[in-house]
Design a protein around this ligand. Structure first.
Ligand code: PDD
Length: 286
């Protein structure tokens, strides 16, 4: 069945969904995005994603073509039209299609931003990968310096994913100045002596919406949280590790650069946090 996709005000079959070749998202990766998960036909943490989207737009001096309330309505309409019960909604705003290719931004009064949304059906709550755990390799972080802005320039993360695949593993953790920044499309954590350790917020990482929720739930459950950089050697010496993102929730990591963590199976902290996250986020889904 063909999906119904939202493109600049219209709901159209995916094969008819088109944007201009002059769209700055296509020519300059001049765009931002969000991925919001859906469970039981409801949006998880929509407000957090909407707030981060507004911040990304603000940092790039880009206008949203609709209000955040209208955006919520579009998400709901797309879920209904595609009968999406579980999965994700991808949203992208670009600086629109200028008259020609030009490095300078167009006048926002003359060129309106483009808005595209589509649904992705996926079983995220009941995931076989969560039971087996992921294996990661480390790679050098060669991205730009504003990783706090959720832009669509994802070439290096894509290359990282391919490096992991070539090594027969699931993902790559990126390392800068000796410390792990994050995974290709997720935030990274280790657990040592009961403490959950994850890199502190800065321009070096994306401020994950799942990260914020998971750390809040961990603190509420009286778990110890340390927000600080950690090295690959520390990760290999950790009791367990995991990642978080809207498309994976909490996903255990069982191997780092060929070294098995603990007994090489998902650890109790990651497993418990995944359960808590699923339970709590379902309660506040809209
Ligand atoms: N990725 N770090 C990076 C580099 C990411 O791309 C993502 C999300 C995260 C986790 O953020 P959140 O918890 O808000 O999803 C961290 C999305 C899922 C993607 O690109 O598909």
């Amino acid at each position: 069945m063909s999906r119904i996709v939202y493109v600049n005000g219209d709901y159209v079959p995916e094969q008819d969904a088109k944007v201009s070749v002059f769209d700055r998202g296509f020519l300059f990766a001049d765009g931002v995005y969000e991925v919001t998960s859906v469970l039981d036909g409801k949006l998880i943490d929509f407000e957090g994603h909407a707030k981060r989207l507004e911040r990304s737009l603000g940092e790039l001096d880009m206008r949203a073509p609709v209000t955040m309330d209208e955006l919520l309505d579009i998400h709901r309409e797309l879920m209904a039209r595609n009968e999406l019960h579980e999965g994700m909604i991808y949203l992208q705003i670009t600086r629109g299609a200028d008259a020609d290719r030009d490095f300078a931004f167009p006048d926002p009064d003359k060129v309106e931003s483009s808005l595209v949304l589509f649904t992705q059906s996926k079983s995220i709550a009941d995931s076989p990968a969560a039971k087996a755990g992921m294996k990661v390799i480390s790679i050098e972080d060669q991205r730009w310096g504003r990783r706090d802005i959720k832009t669509v320039q994802l070439l290096y993360p894509s290359m990282g994913k391919m490096m992991a695949k070539a090594a027969g593993k699931d993902d790559a953790w990126m390392v800068e100045d000796g410390a792990v920044t994050e995974g290709t499309s997720n935030n990274a954590y280790i657990v040592k002596d009961g403490a959950i350790i994850t890199r502190h917020l800065s321009n070096a990482i994306l401020h994950g919406i799942t990260r914020a929720a998971v750390l809040r739930f961990a603190r509420e459950a009286q778990m110890k949280v340390e927000e600080r950089p950690f090295t690959i050697a520390e990760a290999q010496d950790a009791d367990e590790a995991f990642i978080t993102s809207a498309s994976t929730f909490v996903m255990p990591v069982v191997e780092v650069d060929g070294v098995a963590l603990g007994d090489g199976t998902p650890g109790p902290v990651a497993t418990r946090l995944r359960e808590i996250y699923l339970e709590e986020s379902r309660k506040t889904a809209i």
